[in-house]
Design a protein around this ligand. Structure first.
Ligand code: ATP
Length: 272
């Protein structure tokens, strides 16, 4: 991997402010999550590292995108910035046309609970809650005044095959079962976007495929966007689009491809 860094400070760009969506996709477009000229710097002086350098990318509703790239290329930073978990040094990040940059932590937390879902490699279920309580957690924690959609919960439980486990604790379930609970929890508030960080990393091959198939089918059916960070070319082959990062920049952006093609492109990135 090249250590050459693209210094985005050469670009003069003022981030859009709250209510000013001039730099963002309009909310009625197909783009649900958008980063515009986003840079993220870590450290100062000689130790400066640009984890992201002037990245512009939009993610469409109903589309499943995989983000790939060598270790240290900026995948997690991009996902964290898109989810409002990390603030960019420069640039604009919008969700459904609304600016996230500049919002305080409480506002970002509420947006994450009501408009985003998260699926992690390590499942991250609450160990003391039973499965039904875990599925309902994003709704219980949010200030959302909308009534809980029992029919939607029932659909998720049925589709994900969770009925037999509802009264159990996460530790009593297998990894695959726990990840299906995490998928239900991620979808319970009908998010605009689901962020998945290596969602199959702790699953066997068959269970991993099942989880990816569910994420992909549900995103199409329910019209939410999935943004998945992965090192696994097979997992990325379930996506409608594969974006490659290298040294904090987007190096390739391709439509749905086979695992073999994605592997070859990944190898080319590592060798570059
Ligand atoms: N909190 C931090 N402090 C300092 N540098 C950081 C921090 N987080 C990330 N970086 C640096 O930013 C760059 C991008 O990191 P990032 O975690 O986004 O890469 P990644 O592609 O997700 O890597 P991996 O595949 O290994 O998880 C790396 O050089 C990393 O060392």
């Amino acid at each position: 991997m090249s250590t050459q860094q693209n210094d985005p400070s050469q670009h003069i760009h003022q981030p859009a402010q709250l209510g000013d969506h001039s730099a963002a996709a309009p909310s009625n477009s197909g783009v649900v999550s958008q980063a515009t000229r986003v840079s993220r710097r870590y450290g100062e002086g000689a130790g400066t590292r640009w984890a992201l350098s002037d990245v512009t990318i939009g993610f469409e509703r109903g589309k499943f995108t995989a983000i790939m790239g060598p270790s240290g290329s900026g995948k997690s930073t991009l996902m964290h910035v898109l989810a409002g978990l990390d603030a960019p040094t420069r640039g604009s990040v919008t969700l459904e046309g609304s600016e996230l940059v500049g919002l305080n932590d409480d506002a970002l937390t509420e947006i994450r609970r009501t408009h985003m879902g998260f699926v992690f490699q390590s499942f991250n279920l609450a160990p003391t809650l039973d499965i039904r309580e875990n599925i309902r957690l994003p709704h219980s924690l949010s200030r959302k005044s909308a009534p809980y959609d029992e029919a939607w919960e029932a659909y998720l439980i049925e589709t994900l095959g969770l009925q037999p486990y509802l009264a159990q604790r996460p530790s009593e379930l297998s990894g695959g079962q726990q990840q299906r609970v995490a998928v239900a929890r991620a979808l319970v508030n009908k998010p605009a976007v689901v962020f998945a960080d290596e969602p199959t990393g702790n699953l066997d091959l068959a269970t991993g495929r099942e989880v990816l198939q569910l994420l992909s089918t549900l995103s199409r059916e329910q019209n939410y966007s999935v943004i998945m960070v992965t090192h696994d070319a097979t997992a990325a082959s379930y996506a409608d689009r594969v974006v490659f990062l290298a040294d904090g920049c987007i190096s390739k952006d391709i439509p749905k491809s086979t695992a073999a093609t994605i592997s070859q492109l990944m190898l080319a990135e590592v060798d570059a």
